[in-house]
Design a protein around this ligand. Structure first.
Ligand code: PMP
Ligand code: GLU
Length: 396
């Protein structure tokens, strides 16, 4: 079978692959603690589920408009206005199959062959792959744990070339949990204002899982909204990963382009999910805060336990639900059977020896670290960290 060049240059999603592997081992009866894939362990709130059931009974069963139902786009505009201070028209919103499609839509809409897209590393696994899908060139800017995994304005300036088309900024970040403050975003905006042709893709899917106060969007900085595509959705804030609803809020031309693109390959997303998402955005937001509190408690728990493991260097994440310790001190060590050369070796060692599924940092552009999702119960966190500590003690 001939497969396209475009497909051949893509790597499969490492997060989904590890999750699959852990599900297979679980099915064999092995007691795996899955900290690989990043998704809330909570159930979708009851009022959201009720709205979906009602939508089915009311026969919301036909094609929706490609960019989503007007009521959903109104609810999103209301959310952006009241929570983020950003004013958009419904025509500037395109709802897609998750934030994942929203990011990919924007990349496909703006990147031409050979265009460069700046991606701060560590990055979410899918960004570089999406850029490759669009025949673009990912340009990585490395942010180490010493700089709390955030890029500096000088690093951004140095990475921009005449071919730079876009910057993808994820805050709160997957995989590091780092959050850019309003001041840090403004400092990046100072650089970007010198390069008006660079578009910003601001992935704010973890907006509400923030432990340091108000979320800041780079679209709020002077002159930036006109060239920023704000990405968000319901997956993380409302524990709705399977419903597949995300959106982009963008300048009118870009929204129109994304609409055209989406109309040719997926159409509007699931009608029932859109009705559920409308309820999620429009109803009382108490459930979001309840889940945030739980994530905060778990974050404190896992950071404390991870810092007790020799050889782990741990930042204190300000958001999202991931811990991204540096574990390169284990490289070259062995338990007598296996030798750890890379962070993926380390993650596989933990899977086999500790029965804890995590993801090596290689896939996130940070080969010295590995990622654990702590969107799981306190008991699982305590037990996972106990097992990891024990497994690490066997490495010499
Ligand atoms: N962006 C980031 C940074 C993510 O971690 C994820 C993971 N799900 C997504 C986008 C995609 O989310 P969705 O489920 O809405 O497609
Ligand atoms: N965003 C989640 C993660 O990073 C979900 C998996 C994915 O879509 O890659 O684990």
């Amino acid at each position: 079978m001939h497969l396209s060049e475009r497909l051949n240059r893509l790597a499969p999603s490492a997060t989904l692959a590890m999750s699959q592997k852990s599900a297979e081992l679980k099915a064999q009866g092995i007691d795996i603690i899955n900290m690989s894939v990043g998704e809330p362990d909570f159930n979708t709130p009851d009022h959201v589920k009720a709205a979906a059931k009602q939508a089915i009974d009311d026969n919301w069963s036909r094609y929706s408009p490609v960019p989503g139902y007007p009521a959903l786009r109104e609810a999103i505009c209301h959310k952006l206005r009241t929570e983020n201070g950003l004013c958009y028209e419904p025509s500037q919103i395109v709802v897609g199959n998750g934030a994942k499609q929203a990011v990919c839509n924007v990349i496909l809409a703006i990147v031409d062959s050979g265009d460069e897209v700046i991606i701060p590393a560590p990055y979410w696994v899918s960004y570089p792959q999406m850029v490759l899908m669009a025949d673009g060139t990912p340009v990585f800017v490395e942010a180490t744990i010493e700089q709390d995994f955030k890029i500096t304005p000088a690093q951004l300036e140095a990475a921009i070339t005449p071919r730079t088309r876009a910057l993808i900024l994820c805050s709160p970040s997957n995989p590091t949990g780092s959050v850019y403050s309003a001041e840090e975003l403004e400092a990046l905006a100072v650089v970007l204002r010198r390069h008006p042709e660079v578009i910003v893709i601001a992935d704010e899917i973890y907006e509400h899982i923030n432990y340091v106060g108000a979320h800041a969007s780079i679209a709020s900085c002077e002159g930036m909204k006109e060239r920023t595509a704000v990405i968000n959705g319901v997956s993380k804030a409302y524990a709705m990963t399977g419903w597949r609803i995300g959106f982009v809020a963008a300048p009118a031309d870009l929204a129109k382009g994304v609409n055209k693109l989406q109309g040719q390959y997926t159409s509007g997303p699931c009608s029932v999910s859109q009705m559920a998402a409308t309820e999620a955005f429009a109803a009382d937001q108490a459930c979001v805060e309840e889940m945030r509190q739980a994530f905060l408690r778990r974050k404190n728990l896992i950071v404390g336990l991870a810092r007790e493991i020799p050889g782990f260097e741990v930042n204190d994440p300000a958001g999202a639900f991931y811990l991204f310790p540096r574990i390169s001190s284990y490289f070259g060590k062995t338990d007598g059977k296996r030798t750890i050369h890379t962070s993926t070796d380390f993650a596989l060692y933990l899977l086999e020896e500790a029965h804890v599924a995590a993801v090596g940092g290689d896939a996130f552009g940070s080969p010295e670290c590995f990622r654990m999702s702590y969107a799981t119960s306190d008991e699982n966190i305590v037990e996972a960290m106990r097992r990891i500590k024990e497994a690490c003690a066997k490495l010499h």
